[in-house]
Write a protein that binds this ligand. Structure first.
Ligand SMILES: Cc1ncc(C[n+]2csc(CCOP(=O)(O)OP(=O)(O)O)c2C)c(N)n1
Ligand SMILES: [Mg+2]
Length: 272
């Protein structure tokens, strides 16, 4: 991103995932922005050109306008960038499978994500939700159809999005990978899933905390600020949900557990 000359956004906000288009990340790159609504056209960093149009029509028109022109892309640069990306992605996949447990003996989130990657069909619909766990899932669980809390980061969407997706796309496998805190926001919706026979699998990474908030409040406290409510609490065992869930505590039990859960949806499955 720091080396780009031109960045084209197509129906895409410059949100936190793209560092708001900050010059610290994108330098002096020129932006071409294409979108059919103002908030995706002009937010955070203005384009040298801004095309207010249906993205597919704008792209067709661009292709037409450049027809016959010889491409001048720096293929060597692009190839090297792609190679570096693949190298990092492959390294990540390999390291995920053997990510060691934490000092507390608990499973690393990447072990769970690696097991899901291996078990799920390539067209699985993934809904990711959480704080720290979402950061792991966003990188470690790629999918062709993917939903998450989006640019406003509104957690709790995992279970309801998953229920809806599994009803909308009954021929696809729909899996929600969520932190325990985010799951708690809308846990009641597993009742909706059961009533509507929504074939969703919900996998909860239970670290017994709003981990990302613990890190944030510890940082606040270090800077002399308040240390608000997100102190680590003891890890609940989900007793209230016991009739609905299956628990997995050892990484080696993951493959069989995923297979069982996929065969018995709706299923809720806690992991720690
Ligand atoms: C609706 C809403 N409320 C609060 C927050 C702030 N928030 C972000 S992550 C998080 C905790 C997530 O906990 P969990 O799902 O267990 O993920 P972990 O960090 O433990 O992996 C909270 C409260 C938010 N983003 N959205
Ligand atoms: Mg958590």
């Amino acid at each position: 991103m720091t080396e780009a000359d031109l960045v084209v956004t197509v129906g895409r906000r410059l949100d936190f995932q793209l560092a708001y288009g900050s010059p610290a990340v994108f330098g002096e790159a020129k932006f071409l922005r294409i979108a059919d609504c103002a908030s995706e056209l002009r937010d955070n960093r203005r384009g040298a050109a801004e095309i207010f149009a249906t993205p597919s029509a704008a792209l067709d028109a661009l292709l037409e306008a450049t027809e016959g022109r010889k491409g001048a892309a720096d293929r060597q640069w692009a190839g090297a960038a792609r190679e570096k990306h693949l190298e990092r992605a492959n390294k990540l996949v390999a390291s995920m499978k053997s990510a060691p447990a934490g000092k507390d003996g608990l499973m690393h989130p990447n072990r769970l994500l690696a097991a899901l990657r291996e078990a799920l069909p390539s067209d699985a619909v993934i809904v990711a939700d959480g704080g720290d766990f979402l950061s792991f899932a966003r990188v470690g669980l790629p999918a062709s159809t993917y939903l998450d809390p989006g640019s406003l980061g509104c957690i709790g969407i995992g279970t309801p999005f998953g229920v809806a997706a599994s009803l909308a796309l009954p021929d696809r496998t729909v899996v929600v990978a969520t932190g325990d805190g985010s799951f708690g926001f809308n846990a009641m919706e597993i009742d909706t899933a059961a009533r509507h026979k929504a074939p969703v699998l919900i996998v909860v990474a239970n670290n017994g905390s709003w981990a990302i908030e613990c890190a944030r409040s510890a940082g606040n406290a270090r800077q002399g600020g308040r240390h608000p409510a997100a102190v680590r609490r003891s890890r609940g065992d989900g007793a209230g949900l016991r009739p609905a869930w299956r628990a997995v505590e050892r990484a080696e039990d993951l493959p069989a557990a995923i297979e069982r859960a996929l065969a018995n949806r709706p299923a809720l499955w806690m992991c720690w």
